[in-house]
Write a protein that binds this ligand. Structure first.
Ligand code: DOR
Ligand code: ZN
Length: 444
């Protein structure tokens, strides 16, 4: 395996008091003044060397931002994005995808392994990390693919953060594993103590000619059966995370077997909102009916994580005949903005949004949490308290469209990564993005 010319950044996040005795070079300090914390306390948040150094009264700093009129959130971790790149750069690459992430208040993305070529060997993982290292403006992690012959231990020591999404039904650029193959892979992943993330669906053959038939061929009942099968094949008791559960019943079944992720598109969109054969709404698992969408909100308290499944395809690809158009919806930039608009409408609580987009993914994946306490990773997004609307022309993904067009959303004005302002009023600057490797990483 090739040598890594660098180490992941999760092992040593420098914690430096800034006193003379510290030998680390000091980066500019920042104070966020008058931050309203969940629970009502107002505090100044001081940041040094990439982490929160104090929460209380703020002292002098190289830069001070008054947050009196702003919603300040620990920035989000989107644990399910497809950043593309390589031969798929017309859809997205690390540069455009990471801009889209930052402009949506996401400072860490977890890249899925169904790239071309897939992330199925330590060398492929190494190359992917180097590509992200060179081009990403946000912090990142890379997952290992799970195929019948994935070298699980090798991927774990090469720095995979988690395993999957593991395709238990075929999807775009992903071949399905059989039940036996899944069981065998989960045994190996369990030995590493790693997390397996699962795309659980059933895909039937048939005429996939519009959104309704797409919903029937990849049915809600089939998703529920797939969750149950995955649970039964997991004889090893591997830690499971169910990706993009699309119905209330699936959320509840998955919660009994692992952690549960839901996407904004299944919460905010139904197939009724599109023309019958509009492939902009084609995604796996499919958009469900308006009734099922509303019912999904009733499972809100059972959902652990909201992740976008950001899966950009070009507008031209999406304009093909429905059955030929690729499945996938872009969403890393609109995820937190849509949820915050729902907070302002008093539909959900701000604390839940922070938990499901930042704290829970950090905990599940072993990424140092962003937050307001001393030692926390100093990644924040600062939002106005007024609602805007999703306008695809102002988004940064290369795919150039958004199925969320016109929905209420609140976009961040300023985004901070490791204590540095990396996005402000539409302008980006290159900060110091980190690579978060998994716990098994062993440099050679
Ligand atoms: O709709 C989807 N698109 N679902 C997936 O699981 C993969 C994704 C993609 O990579 O385009
Ligand atoms: Zn998936």
């Amino acid at each position: 395996m090739a040598n890594y010319p660098f180490s992941p950044d999760c092992i040593t996040i420098p914690l430096c008091s800034g006193k003379k005795a510290c030998s680390m070079p000091s980066s500019p300090s920042l104070t966020l003044r008058n931050v309203s914390l969940v629970g009502g306390r107002i505090a100044d948040i001081s940041v040094r060397e990439g982490v929160v150094s104090h929460a209380g009264a703020g002292g002098p700093a190289d830069r001070t931002i008054d947050c009196s009129d702003l919603l300040v959130l620990p920035a989000a971790i989107d644990m399910h994005v497809h950043m593309r790149g390589g031969t798929q750069s017309a859809k997205e690459d690390w540069e455009s995808g990471s801009r889209s992430a930052l402009a949506g208040g996401v400072t860490v993305v977890v890249d899925q392994p169904n790239t071309i070529p897939p992330i199925s060997s330590p060398d492929a993982l190494h190359a992917r990390v180097l590509e992200a290292r060179s081009h990403s403006l946000c912090s990142f992690a890379v997952n290992s693919s799970v195929t019948f012959d994935t070298p699980v231990k090798g991927m774990w020591s090469a720095g995979a953060l988690a395993f999957g999404e593991t395709f238990f039904a075929p999807s775009s650029y992903g071949e399905a594993l059989s039940g036996e193959e899944l069981g065998a892979a989960l045994r190996e992943i369990q030995v590493c103590g790693a997390l397996a993330t699962i795309h659980a669906e059933e895909a039937a053959a048939g005429d996939d000619s519009d959104l309704l038939s797409h919903d029937r061929l990849r049915s809600a009942a089939g998703e529920l059966r797939a969750v149950d099968s995955v649970r039964r094949y997991n004889t090893a008791g591997c830690r499971l995370h169910f990706c993009h559960m699309s119905t209330n019943a699936s959320v509840r079944a998955a919660a009994a077997a692992g952690s549960v992720e839901v996407t904004p598109h299944h919460l905010f969109l139904s197939h009724e909102q599109f023309g019958p054969a509009d492939a902009l709404g084609k995604v796996n698992p499919p958009l469900r009916s308006e009734k099922e969408r509303r019912d999904l909100w009733a499972a809100w308290d059972t959902i652990d994580v909201i992740a976008s499944d950001h899966a950009p395809h070009t507008r031209t690809e999406k304009q093909a005949l429905f059955r030929d158009a690729p499945a996938g919806i872009p969403g890393v930039e609109t995820m937190v903005p849509l949820l915050l608009a729902a907070v302002l409408e008093k539909k959900i609580q701000l604390a839940d949004v922070i938990r499901k987009t930042s704290q829970a993914p950090a905990g599940l994946l072993g990424i140092p949490p962003a937050g307001f306490s001393p030692g926390d990773r100093a990644d924040f997004a600062l939002y106005p308290k007024t609602t805007d609307r999703v306008d695809p022309d102002t988004l940064h993904s290369r795919c150039g469209f958004s199925p969320f067009e016109g929905l209420p959303a609140i976009f961040p004005r300023t985004v901070i990564l490791g204590g540095e302002v990396v996005y402000e009023e539409g302008e980006f600057s290159r900060g110091s993005p980190a690579w978060f490797a998994g716990k098994g990483f062993f440099p050679r």
